[in-house]
Ligand binder design. Sequence first.
Ligand code: AMP
Length: 465
Amino acid sequence: MSSETVSFENLDLHPSILRALEEAGYVTPTPIQAQAIPEVLAGHDLMASAQTGTGKTAAFTLPALNLLATPHPSKSRGPRILVLTPTRELAAQVNEAARKYGKFIRARTVSIVGGMPYPLQNKLLSQPLDILVATPGRLLDHMERGRIDMSRLQMLILDEADRMLDMGFMPDVERICNALPAERQTLLFSATLDGNIGNIARQILRTPKTIQVAAQKEKHANIEQRLHFVDDMNHKNKLLEHLLIGAEVNQAIVFTSTKRHADLLAEDLYAAGHKTAALHGDMTQGARNRTLTKLRHGDVKVLVATDVAARGIDVHGITHVINYDLPKFAEDYVHRIGRTGRAGNMGVAVSFASHADRYQVRKIEQFTGQRIEATVIEGFEPRRPAPRTDGPNDRPRSGKKPGNSAGYKGRTQGAQGYRGDDSRNQNRSANPGQGFGDRRPSGNGSGNRQDAGRGNSARRPRNFA
Ligand code: AMP
């Protein structure tokens, strides 16, 4: 069934849900919604591959809420629907969506995630509830303490199951599944259904229907992807600064490979005058929530984040994603760039790569099936020309190893290793500044200092790659 021929009205959803959708301004179901909702309403287990930003949250939340329209005969107060998510942020988002779409059904939803105080969660769990959204570790903790009655559970939903697998949550997920009523409906959503996810799905699901929404090549058609080859950290920082001051940037997420890098870079950007905050897993849940609220309200313009913390962020104002460091896993690239281009907007995803990173770039291109175009900005040219590539499947040319051409001594040598003839760049090499110096205030700065990272800029190493 194509989404063009489907409206929410002919999907057999309860009138109270249709009313909430109308209020949300949704007119047409997205393809994943058009395909998944009838299968779930028909009572099937489901495994669906869908990228974030495709409307997958409503694809499972709407039919789950439909279940609640019929009262349950049991006197138990436990949840009828359980949603497991890999991160706290995603749990918060699913919880918010369930509240929004379940407003007129009066669905009672509760979110139970790690990093939050137990007494509050104990209180929430002692009240009657319909939908429980949780991260696996904390949920299992409560289940093992006997705080949740799962006897009337009718539906289990695993959101971003591939991520739960990557993060090592599967043993917890399996234990949770074993403790739930066998007579339940199970839905599994994942960016990919390949490999281990397929095996796990076969264990957890019963004769599931499979939905694959977009072929990989069609992914993120509304996101322009660019690649900049960079010489060293100095070059990266200057390029980043140049991109961030661009008029077309509304809000941006800058991804780093480690929590520490996120803190340090956030601090540098803050000092350079950007409304910046860091977001990573070492922050308390309260601090993460405050940062996300500021991002949603536009008080934070540049979020410097790590993969896990940023997964699931759905803020429509994010026009740019910048991969300051390339992701370790190609799948994470897809999740990162999906933070922009939300709800049908256009987005731009920029990746920085050193020459040594170009095999990682190819891995990403092979995963997405899309070429990431190498781009050069006048005045920010890499000293070493971008390597010519023939697309996702090309191989290293003439058997050369990466970074073994004359003059280039690899990343650790940085600017000093290059002996090229570009005088502009030699001048840049001679200047040890990191690219944010121009607008760094002489004092400690003022305003919402806590938004920046937690490192001490006076003491920390400047070259933090
Ligand atoms: P998701 O893929 O679940 O993260 O959803 C991406 C965004 O699309 C969210 O901001 C949703 O509010 C929005 N959305 C989901 N379904 C629809 C729809 N049928 N029409 C318009 N917007 C939608």
